[in-house]
Design a protein around this ligand. Structure first.
Ligand code: NDP
Length: 246
């Protein structure tokens, strides 16, 4: 490794909420936040704590009432400094056959939950005059894809939501940004990686010549939570091995 290690960010005393903290990108990020000294409250259905400093609340983010209960429970005991809206799903159908309930489910988890949690955790951040919010978008925030109408619609909306909130909150101490991952090897895309032909096609289109890792995304989110990103507002930052540069 020519550039070993990661950012040396001290988040001692900070409390972060990370949705989807137990698997994939959210898990790698939670491990990095814990290593940086932050406490992490994970909101997802699973409840497996990663260790000291990591508390899990079981919540189905598709359910607005469950989201509201989780927000109340968190805010009753904690001041939140960092919110990472990471949890997301991808359901794939051609648009003419997309069941409306499945389309709504994608929008509910990938977009409505992001809006809801940004409002709920953002208000106290605005009152205190500081906070960081990072939304996990996607390359499909920038373009569409086959069988991706719901996912791309949700992620495109997350990107524009991020920029709009930043317009309102950048001058009030709360930095709102998004990271747009490219192809990242997680449970979300096991099927693609297990198909040798598809896997070869994908790697062939990535200038870096490999799938990204969850840690690649986590490091960028940590940067956006650090003092080094004080003047970064409303960006949707691709972390994609150069995919969008082609
Ligand atoms: P994973 O499938 O590995 O993890 C998804 C996480 O979301 C899990 O922790 C899961 O927890 C949580 N989650 C899913 N559904 C719900 C729900 N209904 N309620 C609460 N939590 C839920 O995904 P990734 O780590 O790959 O993806 C993380 C984010 O990155 C997503 O927003 C995804 O769209 C985005 N992304 C990923 C890319 C990739 O290539 N992997 C590329 C571009 C963007 P649980 O099941 O316990 O509820």
């Amino acid at each position: 490794m020519p550039y070993p290690g990661t950012l040396d960010v001290d988040l001692t005393g900070a409390t972060a909420v990370v949705t989807g903290s137990t698997r994939g990108i959210g898990r790698a990020l939670t491990e990095l936040l814990l290593a940086s000294g932050a406490r992490v409250i994970g909101l997802q259905r699973g409840t497996d704590s990663l260790g000291p400093g990591h508390t899990c609340l079981s919540v189905d983010l598709a359910d607005p009432a469950a989201r509201a209960d989780a927000v109340d429970a968190v805010l009753a005991d904690h001041e939140i400094d960092i919110l990472v809206n990471n949890a997301g799903i991808n359901l794939r159908h051609t648009v003419e056959d997309f069941p409306r309930d499945e389309f709504s489910q994608v929008m509910s988890i990938n977009l409505d939950a992001v809006v809801h949690l940004t409002q709920a955790f953002g208000r106290p951040m605005l009152e205190r005059g500081h906070g960081r919010i990072v939304n996990i978008a996607s390359m499909l925030s920038f373009f569409g894809g086959v069988k991706a109408s719901a996912y791309a619609a949700s992620k495109g909306a997350v990107a524009q939501f991020t920029k709009s909130v930043a317009n309102e909150w950048a001058g009030r101490g709360v930095a709102v940004n998004a990271v747009a991952p490219g192809y990242i090897a997680t449970e979300l895309n096991v099927a693609l990686r297990e198909d040798p032909e598809r896997n070869g096609e994908i790697i062939g289109r990535i200038p870096a010549g490999r799938w990204g890792s969850a840690e690649d995304i986590a490091g960028t989110v940590l940067f956006l939570c650090s003092g080094g990103a004080d003047y970064v507002h409303g960006t949707v930052l691709p972390v994609d091995g150069g995919y969008l540069a082609r």
